[in-house]
Design a binder for this molecule. Structure first.
Ligand SMILES: [Zn+2]
Length: 326
């Protein structure tokens, strides 16, 4: 079947969600930042990832920064080597190259992987435990839901709804591990959204190890950004609410300088659902196989994210131009 042109079908499928702007003020962008592209190998890259690629590489190249590639495979049950391979191959086909590790897919080097760093996460949790901040928690999702049903509001507060910290459960049972992140607000400036502030405890203490003994996303992402020296976090707006808890955790782990954040718009289906990796019709691999060029796909991503009004092609080598002063 001949490929459709990148026009009306895509218009019908996706709407850009643009709040607080899609383009950062070039004067606010830090010089020579270290940023990262950090996909989870639980599926193929899709158009939502491509928006992130556009921001990450575009801003890094516009500012003399560096891009670290990190495979976020902390979820051992859902991560697959074939998805990691597919991600690396898609990036190569798209014509974007990470600066670190010197890559990759076909010369025997490997990207940073969370599954290779279990001892680093364990050491971080040991540090927090030594500070008396780690406790076992046997609250299931249903415990949170019951709390919410009984009080007519989500759990907001210190600890967890089951008050597990005071129960001092053994860590080797069917439990997760939480870190007591304390009261008070965290404030930061998002390069797109503006000044922000919220309480890390808004959704309870942070889960750092789940009940099937996976280190969680919240722990891994904070530890990784620390050890990799990431000072500009560029990610989708769905993670905005996670930021205060992650800032607090970084502080507890000894970070004295906040990274900068840029939470970019997401693209969604008209139905309002977030794009999912399981949705093969948005897979970058499929779109490339159908004959669409990387430049066409970057042009489409730029329009869907609200970075541009038109979806004319953008060569991968020209992504910086989107973020340079006019
Ligand atoms: Zn609990």
């Amino acid at each position: 079947m001949a490929p459709d042109p990148v026009t009306t079908d895509d218009e019908a499928l996706f709407v850009p969600v643009v709040t607080g702007g899609a383009l950062p003020d070039p004067r606010l962008l830090p010089a020579s930042p270290v940023t990262r592209f950090a996909p989870a190998p639980t599926g193929q890259l899709h158009l939502g990832h491509l928006v992130n690629v556009l921001y990450v590489w575009g801003i890094a190249r516009a500012t003399g920064g560096r891009v670290i590639l990190r495979i976020e495979d902390h979820d051992r049950q859902r991560s697959r080597p074939e998805h990691e391979w597919s991600i690396l191959e898609d990036l190569e086909r798209l014509g974007v190259t990470p600066d670190e590790p010197a890559l990759v897919a076909f010369n025997g080097d490997t990207p940073y992987r969370q599954s290779d760093a279990g001892d680093v996460y364990a050491a971080a949790v040991a540090r927090l435990r030594a500070d008396g901040l780690v406790y076992a928690c046997d609250c299931a999702r249903s415990t949170f839901e019951r709390y919410e049903a009984e009080r007519g509001r989500p759990f907001r507060g210190i600890g967890c709804p089951g008050d597990c910290r005071s129960r001092q459960l053994p860590e080797d049972g069917d439990v997760g591990l939480r870190v007591a992140i304390g009261a008070g607000s965290e404030r930061w400036v998002d390069l797109l959204v503006g000044p922000m502030g919220d309480e890390p405890a808004a959704s309870g203490d942070l889960l750092v190890r789940d009940r099937v003994v996976n280190w969680t996303y919240a722990l891994c992402v904070v530890v990784d950004d620390l050890r990799h020296g990431v000072d500009l976090v560029i990610r989708g707006r769905d993670l905005l609410e996670a930021t205060p808890g992650q800032l607090r955790l970084a502080t507890l782990l000894g970070r004295d300088t906040q990274p900068r954040f840029l939470h970019h718009p997401l693209i969604r289906r008209v139905s309002g659902q977030k794009l999912s990796k399981a949705e093969g019709d948005t897979a970058i691999r499929q779109l490339l196989d159908e004959g669409r060029t990387p430049a066409e796909l970057f042009g489409l991503a730029a329009r869907l994210a609200g970075v541009r009004d038109t979806d004319g092609p953008i060569d991968p080598g020209d992504l910086a131009t989107l973020f340079l002063p006019a």
